[in-house]
Design a protein around this ligand. Structure first.
Ligand code: SF4
Length: 384
């Protein structure tokens, strides 16, 4: 049992199946297979039911459940209902919990969304990525721009009042005007929340080869900075306020689950490759879907790695992730929690960033300015 009272937990559930594999994707996922999916859901339910996760020792209540992937919306609503059901049986779950399902536009229609709603999902996060067919094809995405434009409408008709869209920025062949057209299309779609991700090309990504073959390139760095800054301005004008480096939301619609990652929170995790953090311990389940199923089915723990975080690591991470928020971090409080004077420890290293106007120190808090968000990696490197 943990040593101090904490805010409620998050519960993450990983669904590793996709209908097609996008050419830039570096997540833990594989191609959908009906029989494998059925066995996987059985294993998940068994894992949750039999978990020796610390929350089961008594103290932990949860107020968010997050289905991530992969493509969780490939599950049947009844399967999602059974997973939510076992989580509610096993943990003290707040009746007003945020229950998010990552959803790909092509995997659902209005009727299926209604059934997800009835299953207990109350927030949808759509992987839209672009509102332009040529860009979607380049990424290997299998939905159309037209479908992307209609997902929020379908979600509303199915009863959802909390809908997020993911958009990818700095795509091959994309210029500032093309990007802003996507931002405008997102605003027109009317979501409650949006996440803007910079395309990151990992080594050996098939998209890299496609780009070399087709002669597509990414816009220069200065254009990427302009894309980011102008998008944030437009989104704010439209009522979607930035609250994290990559995330904007209408009032009361920030992702409660993701906020746990940025506010030194705690979460449990089920499914292959999923990682959890609780009471200073971090653990990760085995990544391979087959191995996960086999272990759980045979009553063997699916945890592949487990590490007790040192006090310094916990502090560094609290500062590192907290700085992603526009409100910044209460460094004095974090320091108090971990018994360190943050400004004494890091003050000198942070000074040049404050002088450059990237970082603001206001009494005990530290926050990045919007320009500073463009340089976040450099600033955060101070803590690691
Ligand atoms: S849908 Fe998402 S998880 Fe699946 S391959 Fe594409 S980017 Fe990866």
């Amino acid at each position: 049992m943990r040593s101090d009272p904490t805010p409620p937990l998050g519960i993450y559930v990983h669904i590793p199946f996709c209908t097609a594999i996008c050419n830039y994707c570096n997540f833990n996922r594989g191609l959908y297979d009906d029989a494998l999916k059925t066995r996987y859901v059985e294993a998940l339910v068994r894992h949750i039911a039999g978990t020796e996760a610390p929350a089961c020792t008594g103290s932990g209540a949860a107020d968010t459940i997050y289905f991530g992937g992969g493509t969780p919306s490939l599950l049947e609503p009844a399967e999602v209902a059974s997973i939510i059901g076992i989580i509610r049986d096993r943990f003290a779950v707040d009746p007003d919990s945020e229950v998010t399902l990552e959803t790909n536009p092509e995997s659902v229609d209005r009727a299926k969304l209604e059934r997800f709603r009835a299953a207990g999902v109350n927030r949808l996060s759509f992987g839209v990525q672009s509102f332009q067919d040529a860009e979607l094809r380049r990424l290997g995405r299998i939905h159309s721009a037209d479908r992307a434009r209609r997902v929020v409408e379908d979600a509303r008709a199915a009863g959802f009042d909390n809908v997020s869209l993911d958009l990818m920025m700095w795509l091959p062949g994309q210029d500032v005007a093309g990007w802003l057209a996507n931002v405008d299309a997102l605003i027109a779609a009317g979501p409650d929340h949006a996440s803007l991700y910079l395309l990151e090309l990992y080594p050996n990504a098939p998209l890299k080869e496609d780009m070399a073959r087709a002669g597509w390139s990414q816009a220069p760095d200065e254009d990427a900075a302009e894309m980011y800054l102008r998008a944030m301005e437009r989104l704010e004008t439209a009522g979607l306020r930035q609250y994290e480096i990559s995330n904007v939301a209408r009032p009361q619609r920030q992702s409660r689950h993701n906020l746990k990652y940025w506010t030194d929170g705690e979460w449990l995790a089920f499914g292959c490759g999923a990682h959890a953090t609780y009471d200073g311990v971090r653990w990760k389940n085995v990544a391979a879907t087959g191995e996960y199923i086999e272990r759980v089915t045979n009553g063997v723990s699916p945890v592949g790695e487990r590490r007790v975080l040192t006090r310094d690591e916990r502090l560094e991470e609290a500062l590192f992730t907290g700085l992603r928020l526009t409100d910044g971090i209460d460094a004095a409080q974090a320091g108090h929690r971990y018994g360190v004077d943050v400004f004494q420890k890091y003050g000198e290293a942070l000074r040049p960033f404050i002088d450059a106007g990237w970082l603001v120190r206001d009494a005990g808090t530290l926050r990045l300015t919007r320009d500073g968000m463009l340089m976040a990696n450099e600033v955060m490197a101070v803590f690691v």
